[in-house]
Design a protein around this ligand. Structure first.
Ligand SMILES: [Zn+2]
Ligand SMILES: [Zn+2]
Length: 124
């Protein structure tokens, strides 16, 4: 019972986030939903959800990785260099345009894109 409430809290936090979250960020938000939730428990649920393919772990944003729901549609990320938050970016240059970047004769099947800079909150 307790275990499923904890897992649901982790799921919900990731579903409602506006970008991929670090385990610490998941913990800070999930703690408000389930009292006494420990960071080790958060790690355990994140790994379990990753194994169930409900969440995806992203390794490009520093130590410990970031996690996001697996069912988000195609999107990109903005990594703020001031606060270290990662935001989802819905807009995409388009697969066709990206294909033109590949060397002649190469076949592009997918792409990822990360923007780096300063978020609106940090710019003040
Ligand atoms: Zn920022
Ligand atoms: Zn795209």
């Amino acid at each position: 019972m307790r275990k499923s409430r904890q897992r649901e809290a982790v799921r919900r936090v990731l579903r409602e986030a506006d970008g991929p979250l670090s385990p610490n960020e998941v913990h800070a938000a999930a703690e408000r939903l389930v009292e006494g939730l420990g960071i080790a428990t958060v790690y355990r649920h994140l790994s379990a959800l990753e194994e169930l393919e409900e969440v995806v772990r992203l390794d490009g944003f520093g130590k410990g990785g970031r996690y996001e729901s697996a069912d988000i549609a195609h999107h990109h990320h903005f990594h703020c260099q001031a606060c270290d938050r990662v935001y989802d970016v819905a807009r995409c240059p388009g697969q066709k345009r990206v294909e033109n970047l590949a060397p002649p004769g190469f076949v592009v099947e997918a792409h990822e894109l990360t923007l780096y800079g300063t978020c609106a909150a940090c710019r003040g």
